[in-house]
Ligand binder design. Structure first.
Ligand SMILES: [Zn+2]
Length: 129
């Protein structure tokens, strides 16, 4: 029987500690992760490790601020598995500028390329389709 607290929240709490991730200036704890900070903590860890991943961020976006119950076991497990793979993968190239975002004008590199000609920020905020 899957248990979000022991299989996701506690391991993620440890990873957040390793990366010194803080939420509103407080240490991340497993209860926060279970009650709304799950996606946010994963994305903060990847960002701190300079491993932000475009397609993963987009996948996570609808679950921002959602509790473990709202996300559901299947999706939570899939997102967490993908997160662990990305965390182990090599860093993306943030130095090589591919182009600039036509919406906000920022440089697009491998690390923030949404794959639709726009940057990840504009795409994940739903500013472009
Ligand atoms: Zn943009």
């Amino acid at each position: 029987m899957f248990n979000f607290h022991s299989e996701i929240a506690l391991p993620l709490e440890l990873m957040a500690m390793e990366e010194s991730i803080k939420l509103e200036d407080k240490e991340v704890n497993a209860d926060d992760i279970e009650t709304g900070a799950f996606v946010e903590v994963m994305l903060l860890i990847l960002s701190k490790a300079q491993k932000s991943n475009n397609s993963f961020s987009i996948k996570c976006y609808p679950y921002k601020g959602k509790t473990a119950n709202e996300i559901g076991d299947e999706i939570a497990k899939k997102l967490f598995d993908e997160f662990k793979i990305i965390r182990k993968a090599p860093r993306l190239d943030t130095a090589q500028v591919i182009t600039t975002c036509p919406k906000c004008g920022s440089n697009i590199t491998e690390a923030n390329d949404a794959g639709n000609g726009f940057c990840l920020d504009c795409t994940s905020e739903g500013l472009v389709k």
